[in-house]
Design a protein around this ligand. Structure first.
Ligand code: AMP
Ligand code: MG
Length: 475
């Protein structure tokens, strides 16, 4: 069945049209009793969609894929990927569909994508479904990331399907409607390259340039642009204490948006070795490893692009190695500028790297809550006593002598992040049918820099008895 979209917005099928070898036309599974759990109204409006109509029966049917807009061609996207370092030639959307591309008021294309919409030909052993808790987790964490100014896919809505899904226990099923500048991944290029069809790799690269990096100079320009976007993105993660948890090459975008919120978490105590994912036994995706892993993933992208970089393979490798070498300086510059801002200091080459390193060592050794520390520090800039921490006295004196700007600090250091204990509390209640804690958490993290009375518990570190937090990939 076809309906008109809940507003006069076109849904294009550009990916399906330009890259048919990587698109399998498919339909969402039926949702027996769809019920809207969350809707980002501001995002709907940005996209030119009417929130009231999305809330209505036709809107909800659209958001679970039950009603396909006229002219749309929903597809499962093919991609490959390195998962924890091991290559899988065929991953793809096992439980997701690209409904098509929305065109916003400025003519920009946005992927409208469903997750948890049923088995596709890429499902392998999976059931194709998703459950309420993890989809609400993606909703609230991606919303927080966006509010923090970190590039990310966005969550338009979560709809409970009315289906019971078997995990370790029986859980309520849900579909997430996700919006992104694009869902191309490093693994998309790995897939195209592995087909041996260079025409396909070139067409994919042309598609990526047109959608994400228009105006770059050729295919090396595309690679450079992805390197820059990822250097900047991962620096942002490190500055807000975000641990992605599963930085496989199929979970790294060409657009530079954070994607796939599975076993992700925000740091409580600052610790480069922090790992939250229950399946990351070796700590490959530990907080402090993220920049190095991003660089490793970009090397896989370079390999996939090699034949486009130069006809002579040796020259192509040399060009790629040189380009990849630009990741570290760009990452370091972005991190350093961000830390200067967090410390209320002018950025650039003026910032003494030793000052940052020394502070981070104090935070690590003292198991200091990463987020609240920087708000405490703006208080110190205004004249409050320094926190009682081993080794901080000399550091504070040096920092204060640089004249930090406390108000500028409060504009970049969040009060509210989706703290792990609050997320668990909210998702547990929502799974049992009470959405109030979830809605309150969304409200807090949607304006993260703006301290409000009544939200004190959303700013406080985890209670001591919360213990070693683990998230599970069983999403
Ligand atoms: P992720 O770790 O969520 O990025 O997923 C990795 C791969 O597993 C992707 O190809 C997903 O489509 C697939 N996948 C994850 N969960 C399921 C599921 N329940 N059913 C089918 N495929 C799944
Ligand atoms: Mg994924």
């Amino acid at each position: 069945m076809s309906i008109a979209l809940p507003s006069a917005v076109a849904l294009d099928s550009r990916f399906a049209r330009e890259l048919p070898e990587m698109a399998v036309a498919w339909q969402a599974a039926d949702a027996p009793e769809p019920r809207l759990l969350a809707l980002d109204e501001s995002l709907a409006v940005e996209l030119g969609l009417d929130p009231d109509r999305l809330r209505g029966p036709d809107g909800v049917r659209l958001l679970v894929g039950a009603a396909v807009p006229a002219g749309a061609t929903p597809v499962a996207q093919a991609y490959a990927g390195h998962q924890f370092g091991g290559y899988s030639p065929r991953l793809g959307d096992g439980r997701a569909l690209l409904l098509g591309e929305l065109v916003d008021g400025d003519g920009r294309l946005w992927d409208l994508h469903l997750k948890g919409s049923g088995r596709t030909p890429f499902a392998r052993g999976g059931d194709g479904f998703a459950v309420v808790g993890p989809m609400l987790r993606e909703y609230v964490v991606s919303r927080a990331m966006h509010a923090l100014g970190v590039p990310t896919t966005r969550s338009l809505a979560v709809v409970a399907t009315g289906r019971t899904v078997r995990r370790e226990t029986a859980l309520p099923g849900a579909v997430l409607a996700r919006v992104a500048a694009g869902h191309l991944r490093v693994g998309s290029f790995q897939y195209a390259r592995a087909t041996g069809d260079l025409g396909l790799v070139r067409r994919l690269a042309d598609h990526a340039i047109a959608r994400h990096h228009p105006g770059v100079d050729g295919y090396l320009g595309l690679f450079d642009a992805v390197v820059s976007a990822q250097a900047s993105l991962v620096a942002r993660w490190m500055l807000v204490g975000f641990v992605h948890g599963v930085m496989n090459t199929d979970n790294m975008t060409i657009s530079g948006e954070t994607i796939d919120y599975g076993p992700c978490a925000f740091l409580d105590a600052f610790d480069p070795a922090a790992v939250y994912s229950s399946i990351d036994h070796g700590g490959r995706y530990a907080f402090g490893n993220q920049p190095a892993i991003a660089e490793w993933n970009l090397a896989r992208l370079a390999e996939a692009l090699l034949p486009l970089l130069h006809d002579d393979q040796e020259r192509a490798v040399a060009v790629a190695v040189e380009a990849l070498g630009r990741f570290r300086p760009q990452y370091n510059a972005a991190f350093s500028a961000g830390m200067a801002a967090k410390l209320g200091l002018p950025g650039g080459a003026d910032l003494d790297a030793g000052l940052v390193d020394e502070l981070l060592a104090v935070l690590r050794d003292g198991h200091v809550d990463f987020t609240s520390f920087f708000r405490t520090l703006s208080g110190v800039a205004r004249g409050a006593a320094a926190p009682d921490l081993a080794g901080i006295g000399g550091w504070v004196a040096r920092w204060r002598a640089l004249g930090p700007d406390a108000d500028a600090m409060d504009r970049v250091n969040p009060v509210y992040i989706p703290r792990n204990h609050l997320v668990e509390e909210a998702l547990g209640a929502a799974t049992d049918g009470d959405l109030a804690p979830f809605e309150r958490l969304v409200e807090a993290v949607s304006a993260p820099f703006d301290e409000r009375s009544g939200l004190e518990r959303y700013a406080a570190p985890a209670p001591a008895d919360f213990g070693a937090y683990r998230t599970f990939c069983g999403t």
